[in-house]
Design a protein around this ligand. Structure first.
Ligand code: PHE
Length: 341
C-alpha cells in the first residue's frame, strides 16, 4: 500500500506540474485523482478488502495523501485563477498617456464665419436679415438704383448678362429696392449674398460676397450712418478701431462716401497690407438718393435713409490675416480646417 501511495503522489505531482496555470487542466487533475471514479477514491474503496490489521494505517495514509493532494490542488487553482486575471489585465491594458484620436469636426469657411458674426452684430442692433435673388432684372440691379441705361456700370465688360433681360446681380443693392417695395418704413435690414462681376485677377474674383445695409425712416441722418458704421466696426474689430468717411460717388446715394477703418495689421502705423496709409477701405455708403425713393414710390419729403455695402471676402481676410484671395476659393482642407467654429 505504501508504495502504491508514493507512486500515486508522484503521478499526481507530475500531472499537476503539467497542468501549469491552466484552470481547466487543474480541474481535470482533480477529477482524475479525487473524482468519484478517481484513483484515490478507488483506493479508499479497496480498503475493505485489506486484512483487518492493515485497514487502520491504510485509511490514515490515504486520508493524509488526500489532504495533501487537496491542498496542492487548491493552491494550483488559485495560481491559475490569478494568472488568468493578470493575463486579462495585460490584454485589456489602456495606455492613457497615448495621444487620443481627435474627432473630425467640421469648420466654417472664413467668409461664412465673418458673415454670421456680422449678422449677429446687426441682429443685436435691431436689423432684420434679408435675402434676394442672384439672378436679377435690370430694374432692380440698375434702373431703380438711379443707373439709367447709358450708365457706364452697365457695360457688357462689367456685367454677366443672361437671356431674357436678366443678369447676375453686380451688388447686393437690388435687395434695398426689393425690401422697400415689399415693406413700409421704418426699415432696418441687412442682406448678405453672392455678387458677380466680369473681373478676374490677383485681387478680384468673378464671384464675391457683399453685405448690404439699409435704414429708412423719418429723420434718418448722415450722423446715424456714421454712428451705425462705427458701432458695427467697434463690435467686430474691437474698441480700438478707428473709422473715417471719405467722399465717394455711387449713383443711388447723395451724399455718397467710402469708409475706411484703421489697419488691423499695423494698428494704423502703416504696413504692406494698408500700403503704408494706416487705413483699409471697407466699402461704400451714403444717404438714399431721392430718385431711389421715387422708383419704389416712397415719399422722399417724408422719409430719409442711409445705405452701406461691404465686401465680406476682404473683411474675412483682414480678420483672419489671410493674404491671398485665392485661398478663399481653392477649398484646400488644410487651409479650411484652420477655422474651427
Ligand atoms: N453697391 C455698392 C458697390 O457694390 C456699395 C454701396 C452700397 C454703396 C450701399 C453705397 C451704398 O460698390
Amino acid at each position: 500500500m505504501r508504495e502504491t501511495l508514493e507512486r500515486l503522489e508522484r503521478e499526481f505531482d507530475a500531472a499537476l506540474a503539467d497542468a501549469g496555470a491552466d484552470t481547466s487542466a487543474v480541474e481535470a487533475v482533480r477529477v482524475r485523482f479525487l473524482g468519484r471514479k478517481g484513483e484515490l477514491t478507488g483506493l479508499m474503496k479497496s480498503i475493505g478488502s485489506l486484512p483487518a490489521e492493515e485497514r487502520k494505517d491504510a485509511g490514515r495514509d490515504i486520508n493524509a495523501l488526500k489532504r495533501r493532494i487537496d491542498q496542492r490542488l487548491t493552491e494550483a487553482a488559485q495560481r491559475a485563477e490569478s494568472a488568468s486575471v493578470e493575463e486579462q489585465l495585460a490584454r485589456e491594458r489602456i495606455d492613457v498617456s497615448l495621444p487620443s484620436c481627435i474627432p473630425w469636426a467640421g469648420s466654417l469657411h472664413p467668409v461664412t464665419h465673418t458673415r454670421r458674426e456680422l449678422e449677429r452684430i446687426f441682429r443685436e442692433m435691431g436689423f432684420s436679415v434679408e435675402s434676394g435673388p442672384e439672378v436679377e432684372d435690370d430694374f432692380h440691379n440698375f434702373e431703380a438704383l438711379n443707373m439709367p441705361p447709358d450708365h457706364p456700370a452697365r457695360d457688357d465688360t462689367d456685367t454677366f448678362y443672361l437671356d431674357g433681360g436678366l443678369l447676375l446681380r453686380t451688388h447686393t443693392s437690388p435687395v434695398q429696392i426689393r425690401t422697400m417695395q415689399s415693406r413700409k418704413p421704418p426699415i432696418k435690414m441687412v442682406c448678405p449674398g453672392r455678387v458677380y462681376r466680369r473681373d478676374l485677377d490677383a485681387t478680384h474674383l468673378p464671384m464675391f460676397h457683399q453685405l448690404e445695409a439699409l435704414v429708412v425712416g423719418e429723420n434718418v441722418s448722415m450722423a446715424d450712418l456714421k454712428g451705425t458704421l462705427s458701432a458695427v466696426w467697434k463690435r467686430f474689430f474691437g474698441d480700438e478701431v478707428e473709422m473715417r468717411l471719405r467722399p465717394g460717388y455711387f449713383p443711388f446715394v447723395e451724399p455718397g462716401c467710402e469708409y475706411d477703418v484703421s489697419c488691423r495689421v499695423c494698428e494704423g502705423k502703416g504696413c504692406r497690407v494698408c500700403k503704408n496709409s494706416g487705413w483699409i477701405e471697407l466699402g461704400g455708403a451714403g444717404m438714399v438718393h431721392p430718385a431711389v425713393f421715387e422708383a419704389v414710390e416712397l415719399d422722399a419729403d417724408r422719409y430719409s435713409g442711409f445705405a452701406f455695402g461691404l465686401g465680406l471676402d476682404r473683411i474675412a481676410m483682414m480678420r483672419h490675416g489671410i493674404d491671398d484671395l485665392r485661398l478663399l476659393v481653392e477649398n484646400d482642407v488644410r487651409f479650411l480646417g484652420q477655422f474651427p467654429v
